[in-house]
Design a protein around this ligand. Structure first.
Ligand SMILES: [Zn+2]
Length: 124
């Protein structure tokens, strides 16, 4: 499949690092971007059903219409919407990735952390 999907922060600093990482590591041509402020917080808390449904709706389009078979859940250093420390944020990424994985049976879900050098690391 040519498409992958990233549930990424809206922060402009993390768009290209995430796109470039997934393109390179997973040999994808296009990365659909679903952006929210601090999506690892939103998904791990799983409280705001309005935003969660909106994320699901966009994910469905990416998976069903573009044939994406890989979804990355992203968190990053210095997130304005998620002021927890790095380790707590990474735990949220893992919880959030498991939630997204529970929605689909044939999709690979990975969790990515973008650090203070804007380097991407796979943590789940
Ligand atoms: Zn952010």
């Amino acid at each position: 499949m040519k498409f992958a999907t990233a549930i990424n922060c809206m922060d402009g600093r993390v768009q290209l690092p995430v796109i470039n990482y997934i393109k390179k590591e997973y040999k994808k041509e296009f990365i659909d971007m679903i952006t929210e402020p601090g999506p690892n917080k939103i998904l791990s808390e799983n409280k705001d059903s309005c935003i969660i449904e909106s994320i699901q709706k966009r994910l469905d389009i990416s998976i069903n219409n573009h044939g994406s078979d890989l979804v990355a859940v992203v968190g990053h250093y210095d997130c304005a919407a998620n002021t927890l420390g790095d380790e707590a944020q990474k735990k949220q990424i893992i919880i959030a990735s498991k939630l997204v994985a529970s929605w689909y049976s044939k999709i690979d879900v990975i969790g990515l952390w973008v650090d203070c050098n804007w380097t991407v690391e796979k943590i789940y």
